[in-house]
Design a protein around this ligand. Sequence first.
Ligand code: GLN
Length: 301
Amino acid sequence: MKLINFKWQQLILSLGSLLLIIACKSFYPTNNLDAIPLRVATDPTFVPFEIQRASGNLEGFDIDLMNAIAKVAGFAVQFESLPFDGMISTLQAKRVDAAISGITITAERLKTIAFSRPYFKAGLAIAVREDNQNIKDFNSLKGKKIAVQIGSTGANFAKTIPNAKISTFNSGPEFFQDLLNGNVDAVVSDAFATLYAIKNGKLKGIKVVADLLTEEYYGIATPKDSPHLDAINKGIATLLSNGTYKQIYQKWFHAEPPQLPDSWHGTRGLGDKENWGQGERVLSSSHLLSSCPPVSSTPYL
Ligand code: GLN
């Protein structure tokens, strides 16, 4: 009798545990990837995509987007600040799970790391001092002193300008200061970040040449064969279709987001020498000047 009782007790206990497991699973309907937060690298000098507030809080288009992806995909995110130049090697070494930092998808980078589907349409712009009248396009950059950010697509592009004298810097605030000081004639860098800083009064005395040099797409970078890439891609697709992407875009750029391709097919202007300097109007930047919202507290320059 005692033996039977014990067996019943065991059965009830096992059934109870099973029910508890089922209940927990349906309460947290997420995948196995959510147990440990995703370590996501970002360089918070790339305003307004990533901004470090005085409080230490991270904000920006990329930060909002990554948090929204995490929410729909069911994982937690832990951001880690890293200099842009070290991001690709850190991903290769798998010291982080992903990176979001306005990183342009390029054929060269795809050799060592993986990228999500494109999440932002961008392009390189030439910035000059307001009084400069002679730098108007790629051809007029020949032989000039040009500042770029180390390891950026702007730095790669500048290498193709005949006889240019190139100075390299770690971040935007530094190379714009060099332009203002008169040490260089132009900066070649991402248009949106430059236009945003001009619009928000953080870059006085600098203007952007109207035609962009390239058409680029930003992607979320991961190590090759990342177990998280699929969830990230599905997350981006969900945000594009449910209106969240549009909301985040409007919050930071006060403009309608452009159409994004489902997958990356190349970068116009980069790695495509035929088009360089042909005066091809890749993407006009002028509409953006009126579309950026004022953010007086942006710690820029
Ligand atoms: N989009 C540029 C690149 O990928 C620069 C990005 C950045 O400075 N954060 O090289």
